[in-house]
Design a binder for this molecule. Sequence first.
Ligand code: SAM
Ligand code: SF4
Ligand code: SF4
Length: 333
Amino acid sequence: MVLKDVFKRPLLDLRISVTDRCNMRCRYCMPREHFDKNHVYLPKSDILSFEEIVRVVEALLPAGLRKVRLTGGEPLIRKDLHKLIRQLRELSPELDIALTTNAHLLSKSIQRLKQAGLSRITVSLDAIDVDVYQAMGDTTSTPDSIIESIDKTLALGIPVKVNTVIQKGINENQVMPLISQMGSRNVPIRFIEYMDVGATNSWNLEHVVTGEELRHKIGKEFGSIQPIKPDHPSDVARTYCTDSGYVIGFIESISKPFCGDCSRARLSANGSIFTCLFATEGFDLRGILRMNASKNELSTAISAIWGQRKDRYSETRSEKTNLKRIEMSFIGG
Ligand code: SAM
Ligand code: SF4
Ligand code: SF4
């Protein structure tokens, strides 16, 4: 039986945050002045074990779950992540198991991740220019090293997409170089509108560059771009193709919200289910997991949560200015 929320949206996609820690300090996500040595991260005992995560996924598979995405924080800093992937793969050969990563640690783990059964990877890369990259990510690592990891991943036959958050006046000039670099590798690139998640990034509408603005500029540089039909209505990106076959997506959650087809739930590292990226509260599953709930009991609990879901934050954003916002690094991007 497929789970449906109040608006008849199914639960198809679970984003699993495996840690709230990260080895970068992207200014738009974990600005260092907030995520400094005084920041309190989740204690280890609060974080779900791999077995607990697997039990949640197992309970959701009969209810129609088709995809999990491992995220965080930075998922590759969770020790032995490949072991979680192997356990998830053992649950189902068809399950789409994706990873979103900043790729700093990808090169040394990619072989193990592939052997464990990872389906595909999304790499976050905000610039090709080293100074822009290092300023946005507040990091000493270089975009060249990230591109090397992408090439190594492609050489192993694992599909890669790249995600780029565009901020006005900060990395707009990186759009064309990123398209050229990724297009020539046949790697789809998706431009994400800067979102008002969390309470630490001083988000402001004026910092947003809309997908429409970008399409206009890209059209001038690469010629007309043609829309590609989405594989599934719940796909977050609107995708286009240039004459030369470069695939470019736009995740327009500010200017063209896509809540109507949103079939994503999030599982935070400490075991709460969030039914929206902008949900102010999660529903604790860890308690019942640690009381040895059966698969059926877990499934019933998640059905009850999903069954009452009415979230459509991006469509009602302007009405909600005083929300208590959860950080993306905690809830899982
Ligand atoms: N650390 C991993 C990474 O960066 O790929 C995974 C977690 S990160 C929270 C997931 C995605 O969220 C990244 O692609 C990142 O660029 C995006 N993101 C974070 N904060 C954002 C914001 N305020 N607006 C739009 N996207 C954001
Ligand atoms: Fe870390 Fe990813 Fe957030 Fe950047 S976007 S700070 S890499 S969690
Ligand atoms: Fe889904 Fe919430 Fe984002 Fe709308 S705002 S697309 S309901 S996560």
